[in-house]
Design a protein around this ligand. Structure first.
Ligand code: NCD
Length: 304
């Protein structure tokens, strides 16, 4: 039995197969409409989410399966003091597969260790968010036709943003990727990530101003300042509008630079950018459903 805790749990080859399956699902949805009939997905969300949870639920419904679960810790037995290990043992008796989000780093891993069903990490604290990374990679591969030879800028909260950490780990395995980390000094990418890049000999630079580097980017990954992970509101207020991608900055960018964002957006991308052909963040949401469908099929060993 297989779980997904980290994007690196799948080899590059396995990821390619997963993305091929997701692209086939996109083209032939009817072929997959009943494949999970009789199967149940449990969504155990100890932290608020609309996109990720609804994306998982939509994915399971699109495959003909059903869904059960809870959408915040207060409505689960965690509020009575139940451990994640016990909860997953119970869920294993009800469902065939589980997607779990938790504010504590590592909680889905603890659950996976006790589970009789595949567990998918749907985001653990500021640590990892592998299915967002699968979404990001599928979007890039589908719109650009490749996952190598890019200069990618990651902009915003690189310290607390788990989507950023997962994406860097995953992209570091492809050929000729150059990273540009764009953040205020307080929200720099963690040292363990830059250490990993140094060890692998992967090029990266750290800059503060988006205007100074946007022209050389093939991909720009914008992120929200993660208010819920700040220790004090003052720092959040000071940093929250540090970056605002608007038309004037887009005018400095190349004509094929894709703009990605895991969403939800706050102020970091002005709505005037939404109609720009390079804005790919709403397309990303749709790819998120296809890739989660492919993932559920793969972990349930139903992929054909
Ligand atoms: C992200 C997350 O939860 O980390 N959202 C998502 O799952 N699409 C990004 C964020 O909340 O900023």
């Amino acid at each position: 039995m297989r779980h997904l805790m980290n994007p690196l749990d799948f080899t590059v080859e396995e990821l390619n197969q997963l993305f091929d399956l997701a692209n086939d699902i996109e083209k032939n949805p009817e072929k997959y409409a009943h494949i999970c009939a009789g199967k149940k997905l449990a969504t155990c969300f100890y932290e608020p989410s609309t996109r990720t949870r609804l994306s998982f639920e939509t994915a399971m419904y699109n495959l003909g399966g059903t869904v059960l679960g809870f959408s915040d810790a207060a409505s689960s037995s965690a509020s009575k003091g139940e451990s994640v290990s016990d909860t997953i043992r119970i869920i294993s008796c009800y469902a065939d597969i589980c997607a779990m989000r938790h504010p504590k780093e590592g909680a889905p891993m603890v659950a996976a260790g006790k589970s009789r069903i595949p567990v998918i990490n749907a985001g653990d604290g500021g640590h990892q968010h592998p299915t967002q990374t699968l979404t990001d990679l599928l979007t890039i591969r589908s719109l650009k036709g490749r996952l190598s030879d890019f200069t990618i800028g990651l902009c915003g909260d690189l310290k607390f943003g788990r989507t950023v950490h997962s994406l860097i780990n995953a992209l570091a395995r492809y050929e000729n990727i150059r990273f540009v980390f764009i953040s205020p000094p307080e929200l720099k990418v963690p040292d363990y990530i830059t250490e990993m890049l140094k060890e692998k000999g992967i090029a990266y630079e750290e800059v503060i101003r988006l205007e100074d580097c946007i022209a050389k980017l093939d991909l720009l990954y914008m992120t929200r300042v993660q208010r819920e992970r700040f220790f004090n509101e003052e720092d959040y207020v000071r940093l929250k509008d540090f970056y605002i991608l608007d038309k004037s900055k887009m005018n400095l960018a190349g004509k094929d630079m894709l703009v990605l964002h895991p969403l939800p957006r706050v102020n970091e991308i002005s709505v005037e950018v939404d109609t720009d052909e390079r804005a790919a963040y709403f397309k990303q949401v749709q790819y998120g459903v296809y890739v989660r469908m492919a993932l559920i099929l793969t972990l349930l060993e139903l992929a054909c």
